[in-house]
Design a protein around this ligand. Structure first.
Ligand SMILES: [Zn+2]
Ligand SMILES: [Zn+2]
Ligand SMILES: [Zn+2]
Ligand SMILES: [Zn+2]
Ligand SMILES: [Zn+2]
Length: 197
């Protein structure tokens, strides 16, 4: 059956769905059925001989040049901006640019480095630096506050990863260990990538 006849002088082609004058419908249907096919991705009617071209231009996945994953053309920008595991992001503590896939491990370690706080003379972990500034050095509460010891167990909520409370006297030793650890991680990441590549 080539057509669904309506009371008007046109009918819908059952192959492409277009309204065709009833006088032409049989001819159209033969031609339409032989030459056109519906794109399974976007639903557009495409000439059969150009179907693969249509698919290639519109729907064929592209290999991401960074991670090699096949990504549909229209979501490539999103992939590169937000999803690609090899997209480069700067560490929020040291601003060293790293592939996203390595960033979390690095930041975990990098944020655990301690830094000497000039204002109070304590060593403060980088990941707690902002919180420390806020708690210990917001100058609004002047009179009552006795100088608090960092790393009291009452600390809550601030640390998303639920790490151990900071030790009270990290000292030079801890700093050295943390810095060495971070450097070692960086080196091993680069060596790994060189081997992989
Ligand atoms: Zn048709
Ligand atoms: Zn299509
Ligand atoms: Zn990618
Ligand atoms: Zn870092
Ligand atoms: Zn301080």
């Amino acid at each position: 059956m080539a057509a669904i006849i309506s009371q008007s002088s046109t009918a819908a082609c059952t192959h492409c769905g277009k309204d065709i004058p009833t006088s032409n419908i049989d001819l159209h249907y033969v031609h339409c059925f032989r030459n056109l096919e519906k794109c399974s991705v976007c639903g557009e009617m495409v000439p059969k001989k150009h179907a693969s071209e249509h698919y290639g231009n519109n729907h064929a996945p592209i290999d991401c040049i960074h991670c090699g994953e096949a990504v549909e053309r229209k979501s490539l920008a999103l992939h590169r901006g937000e999803r690609c595991p090899q997209r480069i992001i700067a560490c929020e503590y040291c601003e060293f640019p790293l592939p996203a896939v390595d960033l979390y491990k690095h930041q975990d370690m990098c944020g655990n480095r301690t830094e000497f706080c000039d204002a109070c003379g304590q060593y403060v972990r980088l990941c707690q630096r902002a919180e420390h500034e806020l708690r210990s050095h917001n100058h609004s509460n002047s009179a009552s506050g006795s100088p608090r010891v960092d790393g009291s167990p009452g600390r809550e909520g601030g640390d998303a990863n639920g790490r151990r409370p900071a030790s009270t006297s990290p000292g030079r030793m801890m700093l050295t260990i943390a810095v060495t650890g971070a450097a070692f991680l960086l080196v091993s990441v680069f060596l790994q990538r060189r081997i992989d590549g």
